[in-house]
Design a protein around this ligand. Sequence first.
Ligand code: FPP
Length: 256
Amino acid sequence: MQKSIFTSESLGAVHVAIIMDGNGRWATKRGLPRVEGHRAGVATVRRIVEHAPRVGIKRLTLYAFSSDNWRRPRKEVEALFWLLRAYLRLESQRLRQRGVCLKVIGRRDRLPRVVVREIEKVETLTAQGDSLHLRVAIDYSSRDAITRALAKLTSGCSLSEPLSIELLRHRISDELTGQSGEVDLLIRTGGEKRLSDFLLWESAYAELLFTDRMWPDFDASDLEAAVEEFRRRSRRFGALPVPTTASLVATRERAQ
Ligand code: FPP
């Protein structure tokens, strides 16, 4: 296998989030049922999870099932949960061996019991993993997550002594980004250019990258190209320009 030009040092602990869109269209274009697109999408998930640490990605969040996806036909929803459960069951040992720590974000109270049990098993099995922190968003809605964080933080607060806005903002931020931090790069495949209620708070300063590539076709070279593009961007966080990651690496290499 070709050695990657990226190193984790050159990227730091970059957090990449992906909206995996285009499975249905990929299948329809081939005259296949939509579920075949989702099946091919699972194969892409395997490839990308395997490749991510090689390009310096330490944290990866994948949007697998949004809270709005319940509106899809029952057969498609069932097929998606069947695939998710199979992924968790069949991949758990491989994930552990590769040092991947998998966590699921989103609501669990509406998921089939068998899926929740599989999630709990894989979370326990991979808890010590440190090469990649993988989060899979299932029955996830960012607005819902923000609202729940706010409700949790303010329950028990009296109206006469409210938390200061500044403190509340910090606490919400801790609640939402405590485990995986802010998103650095948000990728959406499938040609659409929207966020679809995904990690809205966490992506406040994320670099956005939209690609026409359908998720089943997205491969290691697309991930490398996305990371390369991210390295070229100049992130300012509202302040004056700071050097790009790529220019920082180049400066360090010249100095060596
Ligand atoms: C969007 O494509 C994709 C989904 C709603 C499901 C994503 C799920 C997977 C890739 C498989 C399971 C995931 C894991 C982590 C094992 P779409 O159906 O909206 O495509 P379309 O826009 O072309 O119709």
